[in-house]
Design a protein around this ligand. Structure first.
Ligand code: BGC
Length: 458
């Protein structure tokens, strides 16, 4: 049951990944149909990250106000509205509005889905269930890549409007599925609805359900009672001395995830393979579908390793692997060794593999884990906003860097970011595997350094 709940909630990730991947394939057709110049295209493109950034910032508050489930149900409605607009419109303004709405729904989804999954999952499989969300992102990217390749090789296999229409299918499944999902038991406790919370927990923990549900509900209630003693509003709580280190972890994990240059590869893979002297149709195909496939497969591995190895070792492994592969690409490109283009291309795949097993899923896994309940909404909002902010910054600066300092130095820059990320994780990121959200919270309130949190003998 709990697996199905997480799968449905994770479907929002598909909407995110699909939209990320589809634009590169349909942009030139949109420009042609609407007669857009570069300025109009740039404005229209920028509306999605803008909408996502703005909505992710308010979604935490929204989740606290009207519940996690209502927000989760709203996401596919806004997404579908945007898709209808895209499919039906011939006006530039409506197209812009649709991009903005897509951004709003995606910005909401990246806050609410990991939060909801974390709050409904039993602690021993929480990490794995949140990785479903990242898995859905990677599947969304892969499917959009496949559609792009089909379109490029078969002269508009699907018209661009219908390419967007594909996103309607997961949105409809999510909408229908979400009608049957239970509310987060933690949110229910926060509202004082202890009986309903206990009933949901009984439903979630099928084995030993009565005893476990009672214990879990008591633990949540106790932790809420302690929070109430402090009586802080969530933004105040977020910036309080004890919670600031948690905020740093939430926000900086996404900062380093984006500074590793992942979206440069996701958006510009064909150009990069070309620069590595691997041109032609086959290279494009490899660059897109190949990258997308490795991304999906290694995310599946992450589902296992996130509980087996734990968050910290996996994160360190990811930073080390991405740094080394980026550095090799940088050196080969910097020295202009054309005969080693193939090695650089292999390193792109190795980089994707390390990213997918670690830097991709772990910030989403840890985002809802590292905050206490009364700051979880606001903290998740800030972390997701950091994802969008640095995503936009890295993608927007890549063409400028490429032109001015070349691909070698640009990749060296991303490699350095991964090295700094490694040092950051080493010094500041705690271990949260197997711990209940309430145990993590108790540690935060104890005033002990955040980094010293670990799973002990669990
Ligand atoms: C990142 C996205 C990225 C994707 C690639 C996600 O975790 O937040 O920006 O495109 O992974 O798989």
């Amino acid at each position: 049951m709990i697996y199905l709940i997480a799968m449905i909630a994770a479907l929002t990730g598909f909407l995110f990944g699909f939209d990320e991947g589809i634009m590169s394939g349909v942009l030139s057709s949109i420009q042609k149909d609407f007669g857009l110049d570069d300025k109009q295209t740039g404005f229209m493109m920028g509306l999605l990250p803008f909408g996502a950034l703005a909505s992710s910032l308010i979604t935490g508050k929204l989740c606290d106000w009207c519940g996690r489930l209502s927000v989760l149900r709203l996401v596919p409605v806004i997404f579908a509205l945007a898709i209808f607009l895209v499919i039906g419109t011939h006006s530039y303004i409506a197209l812009c509005l649709a991009r903005l709405l897509l951004g709003v729904s995606i910005g909401m989804s990246v806050v609410v889905s990991p939060l909801y999954i974390a709050e409904t999952a039993p602690s021993e499989i929480r990490g794995r269930l949140i990785v479903y969300f990242q898995l859905a992102i990677t599947i969304g990217i892969l499917i959009s890549y496949i559609l792009n390749v089909l379109n490029a090789s078969h002269e508009m296999y699907l018209p661009w409007r219908w390419m967007f229409g594909v996103g309607f299918i997961p949105a409809a499944i999510l909408f229908l599925g979400a009608l049957f999902l239970p509310e987060s038991p933690r949110w229910l406790c926060m509202q004082g609805e202890m009986d309903r919370a206990e009933a949901v927990l009984r439903h979630l923990y099928t084995a030993n359900s009565n005893k476990r549900a009672k214990e879990a509900a008591d633990e949540i209630a106790e932790s809420i009672r302690k929070e109430h003693l402090q009586r802080k509003n969530q933004w105040k709580a977020l910036f309080s001395k004890k919670v600031r280190p948690c905020l740093a972890v939430g926000v900086l994990l996404f900062f380093f995830q984006q500074m590793s240059g992942i979206n440069v590869i996701i958006y510009y893979a064909p150009i990069i393979f070309n620069k590595l002297h691997l041109g032609g149709h086959m290279a494009s195909l490899l660059a897109t579908v190949g990258v997308g496939t490795v991304n999906v497969l290694l995310t599946l591995v992450a589902m296992r390793w996130v509980e087996k190895m734990g968050r910290r070792p996996l994160l360190l492994l990811g930073f080390a692997g991405t740094a080394v592969s980026l550095l090799i690409i940088a050196i080969i490109s910097f020295l202009g060794i054309e005969s080693l283009g193939w090695l650089a291309a292999v390193c792109v795949f190795i980089y994707i593999a390390f990213f997918a097993v670690s830097l991709g899923p772990l910030p989403w896994v840890m985002m809802p884990e590292v905050f206490p309940l009364n700051a979880r909404g606001a903290g998740s909002s800030c972390s997701a906003a950091s994802n969008w902010l640095f995503n936009t910054l890295v993608v927007a600066t890549f063409p400028i860097l490429l032109q001015n300092i070349g691909i070698g130095l640009t990749f060296a820059f991303y490699a350095i970011a991964c090295v700094v990320g490694y040092l950051f994780a080493m010094r500041y990121v705690p271990e949260t595997k197997y711990l209940s959200l309430e145990e993590i919270e108790a540690h935060i309130h104890s005033g002990k350094p955040f980094r010293t949190l670990n799973s002990g003998n669990k």
